[in-house]
Design a protein. Structure first.
Length: 303
């Protein structure tokens, strides 16, 4: 078994998002697939390892946000079975609402970075319940439902040769490559801080040795290192959430919020060795606006 990260070139950047090719004893599976606009980059990445799209038997998705699942329709057309949280099924079969929601979040950047989705034929999708064990590429993957970043989020666990691999999706945040800075994506409409912390605790209890971050690549190599990273991610989530909660409660206007939030993130990133120019690639105003939208929604009491 071998896991090969493929950089899909998300946002036109190097190392901003991966798909993971899992080479098993009986064929190949893929975890994540990038956006529809990065499909050709993914296909080229697969080809570099001698894999045609039709050679991907199973596509395992951590969630249906478009940087993770945007090319699912392309792979399903090539013949892949698509494994996704039950809440994600309808959105992949008919992506109209997913596209509309993503357009609301990403605005004019949508067409540049996300593009036209292909629907996934319903007979190609399999919903995975919490704890479901599925066979792909001759390996057994276990689905762990991990809401918080989104309610349709799944962490995939894979045991092999004494190692426990966890495909983390966005649950441990966005690691700026080559640094220790983790950005916490809190998008609307489903960001739920309490559920997120509980999900991270569940993953810590599962004692993975290798964490595969869609945004950031491999972290760990031992259960001790992986646990330390997950605990840091959980602490970072907590401090970020309480700071955002206070910011939202001040009631100040959006531009002021964005400026304060940007200053805070840049300072934290600098302390972790990420300069402002590099940071601007990963954490721009659009990202901050998205997070604020999620925070406002999560912290506003609803009737
Ligand atoms: Zn996401």
């Amino acid at each position: 078994m071998r896991i090969v990260p493929i950089d899909v070139g998300y946002l036109g950047l190097a190392e901003a998002a991966n798909a993971f090719l899992v080479r098993g004893p009986v064929g190949d599976a893929l975890v994540e697939c990038g956006t529809a606009t990065t499909w050709s980059t993914l296909a080229a990445g697969l080809a570099a390892h001698g894999v045609a799209p039709a050679g991907v038997g199973d596509l395992l998705l951590t969630h249906i946000h478009l940087d993770h699942a945007g090319a699912a329709g392309h792979l399903a057309e090539a013949g892949a079975r698509v494994r996704v949280h039950p809440f994600g099924v309808a959105h992949l079969v008919d992506p109209a609402r997913l596209v509309a929601s993503s357009r609301r979040v990403h605005g004019t950047a949508y067409d540049r970075f996300y593009g036209d989705l292909r629907a996934v034929a319903s007979e190609r999708i399999l919903a995975v319940e919490d704890g479901a064990r599925i066979e792909a590429a001759g390996l057994v993957f276990e689905a762990m439902h991990t809401p918080g970043h989104a309610r349709h989020h799944v962490v995939w666990l894979l045991d092999h040769a004494g190692e426990r691999h966890a495909f983390m999706g966005d649950l441990a945040g966005i690691l700026v490559p080559g640094s220790e800075f983790v950005a916490v994506p809190t998008p609307p409409p489903e960001f739920d801080p309490d559920a997120w912390r509980a999900s991270l605790a569940r993953v810590i209890d599962a004692r993975p040795s290798h964490l595969w971050l869609t945004h950031g690549g491999l972290v760990g190599g031992s259960a001790r290192v992986a646990e330390a990273f997950l605990r840091r991610a959980s602490d970072r989530l907590s401090t970020e959430v309480s700071w955002l909660r206070e910011l939202v409660a001040t009631g100040v206007d959006e531009p002021t919020c964005i400026r304060a939030y940007g200053r805070r993130e840049r300072a934290a990133a600098r302390a972790a060795g990420v300069d402002d120019a590099r940071m601007a690639d990963f954490v721009d105003d659009a990202f901050l606006r998205m997070n604020l939208g999620g925070a406002r929604r999560a912290f506003t009491p609803r009737p």
